[in-house]
Write a protein that binds this ligand. Structure first.
Ligand SMILES: NC(=O)c1ccc[n+]([C@@H]2O[C@H](COP(=O)([O-])OP(=O)(O)OC[C@H]3O[C@@H](n4cnc5c(N)ncnc54)[C@H](O)[C@@H]3O)[C@@H](O)[C@H]2O)c1
Length: 338
């Protein structure tokens, strides 16, 4: 009989991982939360108790060698992503990995090769590709509704006040972990075009006191594509009005816009005017997209057909991040072939 649910194990029971595990346990009908692995066992146990999952471990081999585990959902810190992904692929497990898939191009290449050898799904957590607005916009572009793309933009503004510790965040996080979403979005929206030039400016305007430590919390990037299109990507760690994720493509015949910081369907009015509530948390704004991407991952395991972003997509987005770092470091525009 054909299997109807994929047995998934969460790797990394932190903020993002908890959300994925909750989706697997309660929202998705094609996946089963088989276990939780975290190197910090108490965290994994607490989540397991909440979700009713009792295969909890801090030993990676318990998962890799378990014959009933079909795949893993990795939400550990970025520096571990590539090595953990490769390890599980080499043990024949399908891998969903949060972005970034790795911090060097070489490690993503090695992980992709492991996925090819194992013939197992290897999907990356570029969740905007699963958001309804972004999907509809992409369809319009593909249908030719806006003509030839000329100018694109994608932005990510995290909600303020920003509570991060700038002295504990690696310097290039804004490119590796934040803007990497925007780079993937722009590549995906301007399909079949290559990025031939990258320029980036970045600064510490939210926490200028941490600038000498190497901290960066705002960035603006321009990309030039070989089909003539020009794109802007921008990020800011502290938008006081909410969590703002938007994109736009202007073409020869029209425009598509995606995203809205305002929560839909409710505006309050009084003597001072009109007021909208705004999104504050990624797991609210992307609630459906986060579920959809894991549903697609489970489906890839069950059908053998991967539809979500793969190692090649991760490689391209990271290559832009690395070009940005080079651009900020040298002050130059970087010629690329991405
Ligand atoms: N796609 C998105 O919108 C989105 C949003 C938030 C975070 N993320 C990504 O999710 C990942 C996790 O972020 P977070 O905010 O949940 O972090 P977090 O610090 O809250 O959680 C990380 C968890 O991983 C565990 N861990 C650490 N090293 C491990 C290892 N070697 N093996 C197994 N577990 C390990 C930690 O104990 C912790 O429980 C990051 O890569 C981040 O970029 C993605």
């Amino acid at each position: 009989m054909t299997k109807k649910t994929a047995n998934l194990v969460l790797v990394g029971a932190g903020r993002m991982g908890s959300h994925h595990a909750q989706n697997i346990a309660f929202t998705l009908n094609n996946a089963h939360l088989f276990g939780i692995f975290d190197q910090y066992l108490p965290g994994a146990k607490a989540l397991g108790e909440k979700l009713g999952c009792d295969f909890i471990t801090d030993k990676i081999e318990d998962i890799a060698n378990h014959p009933e585990v079909d795949g893993v959902v990795i939400a550990a810190p970025a520096r571990f992503h590539a090595s953990i992904s490769k390890y599980f692929l080499e043990h024949g497990k399908a891998v969903f990995c949060e972005k970034p898939a790795g911090l060097t191009l070489a490690e993503i290449e090695e992980t992709s090769a492991a996925a090819d050898t194992a013939k197992r799904p290897y999907q990356i957590g570029f969740n905007r590709r699963w958001d309804r607005a972004f999907v509809s916009a992409k369809e319009k572009i593909q249908q030719g509704v806006i003509g030839t793309p000329q100018q694109l933009r994608s932005l990510t503004r995290d909600p303020g006040p920003w509570g991060g510790d700038p002295f504990n965040i690696p310097t290039w996080t804004i490119f590796y972990e934040t803007l990497i979403h925007d780079f993937d979005t722009l590549l995906w929206l301007n399909d079949n075009a290559k990025v031939v030039e990258v320029r980036a400016l970045a600064d510490a305007l939210v926490r200028p006191d941490a600038k000498s430590h190497g901290h960066l919390d705002v960035a603006t990037v321009t990309l030039r594509f070989d089909n003539g299109a020009i794109a802007i990507a921008e990020a800011n760690f502290c938008a006081m009005y909410g969590y703002d994720v938007r994109a736009e493509v202007l073409g020869s015949l029209g425009m598509v816009q995606m995203g809205d910081v305002r929560k839909p369907n409710m505006t309050s009015y009084n003597k001072d005017g009109a007021q909208d509530d705004t999104w504050r948390v990624d797991s609210d704004i992307f609630v459906d997209a986060y579920a959809a991407q894991i549903r697609a991952f489970a489906n890839a395991i069950l059908t053998g057909q991967q539809t979500g972003p793969n190692g090649r997509d991760a490689h391209r987005a990271l290559a832009i991040s690395l070009a940005c770092i080079e651009s900020v470091t040298t002050g130059n525009a970087i010629t690329t072939n991405i």
